[in-house]
Design a protein around this ligand. Sequence first.
Ligand SMILES: [Zn+2]
Length: 434
Amino acid sequence: MSDGNGLAEAMLGLDGFRVLEVAETPDELTITVETTTTIEGCRRCGTRAEAHDRRPVEVRDLACFGRPVRLRVLKRRWRCVESDCEAKTWTEAHPALPPRAVMTHRAGFEAARQVGELARPVSRVADEFGVCWDTIMTAVITHGAPLVDDPDRVGEVTQLGIDETSFLKANRAHPTVYATGLVDTRAGILIDMVEGNTAADLRKWCKRQPKSWLEAVAVVSIDLTDSYRSGLSPHLDHAARVADPFHVVRVANRCLDQVRRRVQNETKGHRGRKNDPLYRIRKLLLKGSERLDDAGRDRMLLGLRVGDPYDEVAGAWLAKESVRDVYLVDDPADAATLLDKTITGCGEDDVAEIRALGRTLGRWRTEILNHHTTGASNGPTEGLNLVIKKVKRAGHGFRRFDHYRLRCLLHAGGITWPNRPSPPRIRTHQSPLR
Ligand SMILES: [Zn+2]
């Protein structure tokens, strides 16, 4: 490899092409190539074809040393010599150059990886490649969909987590649109995303899954919504249902917030302001009791003394803490004792919101205690919700659910990205930053 073109070919790394010219502008590198094929048979009759002329076709390839690359391919046209053959002339094809594509195969794949694996905005990737938004999104679909649809992506799942996320915020045209995420909580991967959060949406998804796959699911963790609980029936009736601890505590936190807001309004006649005692301690109230230091505890108690004349907020705080206590014990029998005490205590309370909390806990008693018997939780699901939010931010507001689903699954669906080089590290050393 001594001549300049040979070097260029080595750098290009595409088999079957000869580099004719490399030209540069400040914005891009233009590489003119032609194919090295010399013999081709007619696709229709098989006769050896005659080389016709060459026509330039321009596509985008992988960036080279930080500059976008325009690949100018002088595509050969062939002609069939049989006068009565209908093939007449055709343009040569190459696996690196999909017909009518704007990008080479490898560039399209890299674009899909950037958007999918790295959750980068499509517009950003489009800028870097020097193509438009639609070209990148098409590449994401072309190269990403087969990875998502690969039947080996999700194996047998024993612990399924189900949780809702918002897909579109409410606006004038529609209320908030929700999506349901299904997660393998053991492996921490997103199995699928479903539009909607109703029992019917979940049931429809279950119906599409193979019977043997559903049978392997032993535990399903859900939040405290009746839609998911009923949507699990009939396909997942055999699985133990677990109310996820995060959501159980959140229900108690919401009760506390409701009471605080109401008392705030009744005592001050307006919503919380900066100097209102209850407003000032709103975050301290939600903190776990064991995480409060002495100063924080004093501030909280003072706020309650001043702002909570009938001990209603204090009551809701105690209810919240007793719900949290259920998760401080490991033994299922102890947990049952603590939970039943909480349910009874809430049920006898004078405050309506606390009584409602007691009723909710009562309706979910079995599912709450199943956490202790199965040891399952949605912990990883909550982590995945953060991942989904990252994808949403990169998308700057999705309009199409199928695009949203694809990008979430490419990012968090346990995809194995093929052919990704893993070069050895150059000059590893102990960083002073660590
Ligand atoms: Zn022919």
